[in-house]
Design a protein around this ligand. Structure first.
Ligand code: TRP
Length: 451
């Protein structure tokens, strides 16, 4: 149970609460959601099973696990994953830090009143452009992450997941119940669940696919690491099913909540949609105090939810890096944790200062356009690190591991009856690699950008 919660906590994060609602918005709703669900079931779920089974079979973290399961060269795929974890964590904690700020801010507004003349857009720009504050917020977040991983998987990660995840579910259900009573709820549900395929572009399909990697924490070995903690008397198939189902439900709930709020305010739907950050940190704070019933209670709850969800994800990202140093470099956990945390924080600071605080980091020439450190790192992770890692892990599990090796982990007396090993193998060998390769082809040859 601890493992399932920890893995679910890794999956549920800013990807669900921040990215998914926004890309659903950008891609026109229903049809995109449907395609996303197909990607989750047809690609995400089989790869989730693959990563978990590799971890349980080898009882190792990604580098050692891939070497043992597939051959010596595959250690590089694991190393690529460790690097991806390093990079994602570095910029992820910046946004996580913002949620911390908005939590404190909304508590203040709930107690002292929301200033009538406040421009939430300006507030946000000021906050992200304030170097000292950014340093402090992302530093606090990294410190919390390091503090938990320091105590190990059972003493730290699982314990936190056990406590935080139920809290997160309760808060989300409260918010959902409130959202469904709002005037805009009907319109929101129609937008999310009524597919209109005429608006769908090929790009949206690949974006949905790329996001399924990010949101399920796949493509970099996080689930290999967690797989090594799954007990023998548990089914990998049901574990994967549970994690994927919970992650998807939470993403949909978050989307329903945000869109119900947005559709309730006349004219709001034209104003949002500039950026994901805008939705979460500019539009919503205002709405909590002017539109949402009980917003003064729900507002702070919402931001604490975002922060907790982010924290259960950052610990899994750090754990991938830390377990590499423990397993492959024989470092004691405390040293590995502090060292990796410190190294990652250097990059975090660069990202945190790339929203105006340090112009040199905020806007530099890269490829054809200008970008800041933050978006460059996000771009690299979403377009390269996860798809490439995912492709290689998929090919490895489908083509380089024997049928006996994978079947032995997936099929036993604990396996649920709906599972068909033959179907899994077919998806791993043909469907998933082709789909994931399409992302890379779109990035390389068509210059698409999925971050
Ligand atoms: N899945 C998390 C989210 O949706 C992000 C995340 C955590 C992640 N660990 C990961 C992404 C490992 C890729 C790999 O927010």
């Amino acid at each position: 149970m601890g493992f399932i919660l920890a893995a679910t906590g890794s999956a549920i994060g800013l990807g669900n609460l921040w990215k998914f609602p926004f890309i659903t918005w950008e891609n026109g709703g229903g049809a995109f959601v449907l395609i996303y669900l197909m990607c989750i079931v047809g690609v995400g779920l089989p790869i989730m099973m693959a990563e978990l089974l590799i971890g349980r079979k080898t009882q190792k973290s990604p580098v050692g696990a891939l070497k043992e399961a597939m051959g010596p060269w595959w250690g590089w795929v694991g190393a690529w994953g460790v690097m991806a974890g390093f990079i994602i964590l570095s910029y992820y904690s910046v946004v996580a830090g913002w949620s911390l700020f908005y939590f404190v801010k909304t508590v203040g507004w709930s107690l002292g009143g929301f200033p009538a003349d406040l421009q939430t857009g300006e507030l946000f720009t000021d906050v992200i452009g304030n170097g000292g504050l950014q340093f402090l917020l992302s530093g606090l977040f990294m410190a919390a992450t390091v503090g938990i991983v320091y105590f190990g998987v059972h003493g730290g990660i699982e314990r936190v997941a056990r406590i935080f995840l139920p809290i997160l579910f309760v808060i989300l259900l409260l918010l959902l119940a409130s959202a469904l009573t709002m005037e805009g709820a009907g319109e929101a549900l129609a937008f999310i669940f009524r597919p209109n395929f005429s608006e769908l572009e090929p790009r949206s399909v690949l974006e949905a696919l790329g996001h399924s990697f990010f949101t399920l924490s796949l493509g970099m070995g996080a689930m290999i690491t967690y797989g090594s903690y799954v007990a023998r008397n548990r089914s990998i198939v049901s574990a994967a099913g549970t994690i994927v189902l919970l992650d998807t439900v939470i993403a949909l709930f978050a989307t329903i909540i945000m869109f119900s709020v947005i559709f309730t305010v006349p004219g709001m739907s034209e104003q949002v949609g500039r950026s994901a950050a805008g939705m979460l940190f500019i539009s919503l704070p205002e709405l909590f105090y002017n539109v949402v019933p009980f917003g003064a209670v729900l507002g702070p709850l919402f931001y604490v939810l975002v922060a907790l969800a982010a924290l259960t994800s950052t610990i899994s990202l750090l754990e991938v890096v830390v377990s590499y140093f423990i397993d492959e470099r024989n470092m004691p956990r405390p040293k590995a944790t502090l060292l990796s945390g410190a190294a990652i924080f250097v990059f975090t600071v660069l990202s945190a200062l790339s929203f105006g605080a340090l112009p040199a980091l905020s806007n530099f020439e890269i490829f054809e356009g200008k970008a800041g450190v933050f978006s460059t790192l996000d771009h690299f992770a979403s377009n390269w690190a996860l798809p490439l890692g995912g492709l290689l892990i998929t090919l490895g599990a489908g083509w380089f591991m024997t049928r006996e090796a994978t079947e032995g982990e997936l099929v036993d007396e604990t396996t649920p009856r709906w599972f068909r090993y033959g179907a899994w193998r077919f998806f791993m060998r043909y469907v998933a690699p082709v789909a994931v390769a399409a992302i890379l082809i779109a990035v390389i040859f068509f210059g698409m950008d999925f971050s």
